[in-house]
Design a protein around this ligand. Structure first.
Ligand SMILES: Nc1ncnc2c1ncn2[C@@H]1O[C@H](COP(=O)(O)OP(=O)(O)OP(=O)(O)O)[C@@H](O)[C@H]1O
Length: 288
């Protein structure tokens, strides 16, 4: 991770940012500066505003107040500095797209002009992105015939094809098995290390990515905390955020969040807890 300089601005900067829908405040007075190459996990229960934060950075949702910049410029739609891995939907067999076509959708036509030169550059970029995620072998296959893990690798290639400064990922490990979770998170980690791409990674499960995370943004019901995992993922901080007793235990390098009383409900809405369960594993059972 590098600090910003005049030539190399902050990857992401939110200043006094507020997002509200009517009376409902998702977050307020949010100051967040993300440096090139930094890996930020965005955590919080359903409805806390994690996806909305990504939409703000994508220029799809206006802030209620405050400012947001990407690589030093105000957020806007179609920003070629951004790569986006949306929440995963399985692509069905009927979609007449090959793997490399899906990746090509991430190419910003305006950047390289038109005609043969564009198509040549596009092919080079698509091949490079396929190579970065190791998807060359099935790049010619219809996407609907590929496994969830293979499709997810192609989505990451699509997000990387424009050579982004910032990668926004919305639960990219959802419904992947442990081997593919490891593979996909390693690809994202390699990208930020090799290219200094900043990563904002929305997830309900921090453990699969815990070794990669520089800082956590934890959003809960209008409140938030920002800091390293060891600063934020504590009984004290999470009890304050959830406004109830929460205990965070570290077990063999993984975090387990234990709620008592009301905390069971509070953490249940954080994903993973069903009524009657008293332990929220902030992880998958046998992860990395
Ligand atoms: N355009 C909108 N108008 C009104 N309410 C909205 C709008 N967009 C999002 N919301 C509400 O804002 C809240 C936050 O949504 P968001 O998708 O950001 O949450 P999230 O933290 O990503 O949740 P999840 O973990 O369930 O994906 C939700 O209650 C949602 O219904």
């Amino acid at each position: 991770m590098n600090s910003s300089t005049p030539d190399r601005p902050h990857a992401v900067e939110l200043r006094s940012a507020r997002l509200a829908f009517g009376d409902r405040v998702l977050w307020d007075d949010l100051d967040l500066t993300v440096e090139p190459g930094e890996f930020i996990a965005v955590l919080g229960p359903n409805g806390a505003g994690k996806t909305s934060l990504l939409k703000v950075l994508l220029g799809q949702l206006p802030l209620s107040s405050g400012t947001a910049t990407i690589a030093g410029s105000p957020v806007r739609t179609g920003n070629s500095h951004l790569g986006y891995v949306p929440q995963q939907k399985t692509l069905d067999d009927g979609i007449p797209l090959r793997g490399r076509d899906l990746v090509g959708l991430g190419v910003d036509g305006h950047r390289w002009g038109t005609g043969i030169r564009f198509w040549k550059q596009r092919k080079v970029a698509v091949d490079a992105a396929l190579e970065q995620v190791g998807a060359q072998a099935y790049a010619g296959a219809p996407v609907g015939t590929l496994s969830g893990g293979e499709q997810q690798r192609l989505r990451i290639a699509q997000a990387l094809v424009g050579d982004p400064h910032v990668l926004l990922c919305d639960e990219p490990l959802l419904s992947l098995d442990l081997a593919n979770q490891h593979l996909v998170s390693s690809l994202i980690d390699r990208r930020r290390r090799d290219h200094d791409t900043a990563v904002l990674f929305v997830t309900h499960e921090i453990n699969p990515i815990l070794p990669l995370v520089d800082r956590v943004l934890y959003l809960v019901d209008g409140q938030f905390r920002i800091g390293t995992p060891s600063e934020v993922m504590t009984s004290k901080v999470l009890s304050e955020l959830y406004r109830t007793d929460v205990e965070v235990l570290e077990m063999r390098g993984r975090l387990v969040v234990v709620g008592t009383g009301d905390a069971i409900d509070a953490l249940g809405s954080a994903g993973g807890l069903r009524p009657g369960e008293g332990v929220h594993h902030h992880d998958h059972k046998d992860d990395l």
